[in-house]
Design a protein around this ligand. Structure first.
Ligand code: AGP
Length: 605
């Protein structure tokens, strides 16, 4: 997600803003920019790529002043470019923004019709024009920002500065993080604590739909209608290193706990008001393909396997899932009328990119599901659905995986409705249940202490078996991969029904068997698989639905999670297994974020 910093005080602020942006680099970005009031005008410098490029530009053409704003952009709307980089300026009013404005298309049309001229592809620029329009109606900067935001729907953390009122910054937040730092005759605004820690530990946290007018000595907070709010100032107890991880020991842990928010960001703006036609704005005129092929690698391949269940059940379209590294060398049978979906967090995985090119060369329509805007796979596909998980720093994929499943679920519902094979009432009920997943995921995350106890008990095993049936079979594969890649314990995911065809020979007292035994259409069968494994002396850890007393009688250890529709269970079961893998690896003292031999993006074949 983007990094934001603002300063008003007596220091020469350009170097301070640049340093602050560097401390927010972990949030991921692909362009950056800064605006400083030099006593007469707002001066703006923006650059694409790393902060070093912005730093170079500032060395060549320094900016000097005591009020300014800075931004690192992680592209969501509009490719990474200088034109799309923040700040966006209109008539001496500059804006930086982290978030997604859901109704920007309508607002942009309205503003353009009224004469606004847009210079970028971003949703953010709409805010600058709205504030300018309101200021043009005689409002002061603070009131203009409040009025502008009353017309906006979506997530935002913004800071606005104006040449006409240079001694102040106006900040506002909704659903995106923002804090105000209190210094001696100076104030700071930032996305996160690391940016301001060298200057102050006194922080004021803003809440949803609040606006702050900030000068060197004052902070005034109101809601969008001007009703005053009092906000306490807290002293944060964090080192810069810890703060980068938001207080978490590892990025992976932070990203596991970010999943409810990441899911909400993925869903945001993709469910039309009547919740009947997901992805309305992004897949206009979607025709129903004769067949769907999904290509991916690793964890993304597991998401693809789960997507197969969703699409085949809801849209009744046959889905073939292929490892990209196999697909590309098999002279695959694919062509016109077929849809090939490439799933990739990084959008740079060499095998997936090559497989996508192969499919397109044979005439297939290519849809990419990516987390990085304007990545190679996103650029080369015909259509892109972004997962909006925010940058995933930990090598082991977690929030990207969960948001891939979310996009696949919305896509399956959309296909089902467009094809007429999914009853609208059923779709509406499913989507309504789906919107509760983020809060149910919070329930699962509250089981962390229990998971930690399990990790302590089983961390010395040399081999693990993960079993599941139906949609929880790929969950078992993913759970085993998570354990393998960060704890270095050999783990195998297997279809529970296949045990008796060989692998059951492996089971003895030394072998922990983790069974995904949540209530659903395969429950009874899985229960008998649990009994088979138990009868051979296996140590059974069962992932079950709340209140399942039957499995508790057989398994050695039980983890109970909320009950949801079969198709939605992977959102909760996979998070449980992420936590287990994380804590076993952490207890073993492994480098959880950078496991040996692994890279975050496998750009080699
Ligand atoms: C998953 O935890 C691994 N980091 C790895 O399997 C990863 O999913 C795979 O390399 C695919 O990466 P991509 O999603 O960026 O294409």
């Amino acid at each position: 997600m983007c990094g934001i910093i603002g300063y008003v005080g007596s220091r020469d602020c350009a170097p301070l803003i640049l340093e602050g942006l560097k401390r927010l680099e972990y949030r991921g970005y692909d362009s950056a920019g800064i605006a400083v009031f030099d006593g007469t005008r707002l001066k703006i410098t923006r650059s694409v790529g790393k902060l070093a490029n912005l730093e170079k530009a500032l060395r060549e053409k320094p900016l000097s002043g005591t009020v300014g704003i800075g931004h690192t952009r992680w592209a969501t709307h509009g490719k990474p470019s200088e034109q799309n980089a923040h700040p966006h300026e209109v008539n001496g009013i500059a804006v930086i923004h982290n978030g997604i404005i859901e109704n920007y298309v309508d607002l942009k049309a309205e503003l353009s019709a009224a004469g606004s001229v847009f210079k970028s592809e971003t949703d953010t620029e709409v805010i600058a024009h709205l504030v300018d329009q309101e200021a043009g109606r005689g409002k002061g900067l603070f009131e203009a920002v409040c009025a502008a935001l009353r017309r906006v729907r979506g997530a935002y953390a913004i800071v606005v500065v104006s040449e006409r009122e240079p001694g102040k910054l106006v900040a506002a937040k909704n659903a995106s993080p923002m804090i105000v730092g209190i210094g001696d005759d100076e104030r700071f605004i930032a996305s996160d604590v690391p940016a301001i820690l060298p200057y102050t530990r006194q922080v004021m946290y803003m809440y949803e739909e609040e606006v702050a007018e900030v000068t060197a000595r004052t902070v005034r907070v109101t809601d969008l209608h001007g009703a005053e709010k009092t906000r306490e100032v807290r002293v944060v107890d964090a080192t810069p290193a810890m703060a980068e991880k938001g207080g978490h020991r590892h990025f992976m842990h932070k990203e596991i706990f970010e999943q409810p928010r990441a899911l909400m960001d993925t869903i945001r703006g993709r469910l039309s008001a009547d919740r009947k036609t997901p992805l309305d704005g992004e897949m206009p005129g979607l025709s129903v393909p004769g067949a769907v092929k999904i290509i991916a690698c690793g964890t993304s391949w597991h998401a693809a396997l789960i997507g197969k269940f969703m699409i085949e059940e809801l849209a009744r379209v046959p889905v073939e899932v292929d490892l990209a590294s196999e697909f590309r060398y098999r002279d695959p049978i694919v062509g016109k009328g077929e849809l090939v979906v490439a799933i990739s967090q990084s959008g740079e995985t060499a095998d997936t990119l090559a497989a996508l090119r192969e499919a397109r060369s044979k005439g297939a329509h290519a849809l990419a599901i990516c987390n990085v805007v304007d990545s190679s796979i996103a650029r080369e596909a015909d259509t892109v659905l972004y997962t909006r998980a925010g940058p995933e720093i930990g090598v082991a994929s977690t929030k990207a995986f969960v948001t891939q499943m979310a996009v696949l679920f919305l896509f399956a519902v959309r296909l089902g409705l467009v094809s007429g094979r999914l009853d609208p009432a059923r779709a509406q009920a499913l989507v309504r249940e789906f919107t509760h997943i983020p809060s149910l995921m919070e329930e699962v995350l509250r089981l962390e202490q229990k998971v930690q106890d399990l990790a302590r008990e089983f961390m010395h095993a040399s081999d693990f078996l993960y079993l599941g049936r139906g949609i929880n079979y790929p969950v078992a594969l993913e759970g085993a991969l998570k354990l393998k890649e960060i704890s270095y314990i050999h783990a195998e995911g297997y279809p529970a029904g296949e045990m008796k065809h060989g692998p059951i020979a492996l089971i003895d007292e030394e072998m922990p068997v983790l069974v995904v035994a949540t209530r659903g259409r395969s429950y009874e069968k899985v229960l008998s698989n649990v009994q088979e494994a138990k009868a051979r002396g296996g140590r059974i850890i069962a992932l079950v639905t709340w209140g399942d007393a039957r499995t508790r009688e057989i398994a050695d250890r039980v983890l109970e999670i909320p009950d949801v529709h079969d198709l939605l269970q992977p959102f909760l079961t996979s998070v449980s297994l992420q936590l287990l893998a994380y804590h076993i690896a952490d207890l073993k003292g492994n480098d959880v974020d950078q496991p040996r031999n692994l890279a975050k993006s496998v750009t080699v074949e």
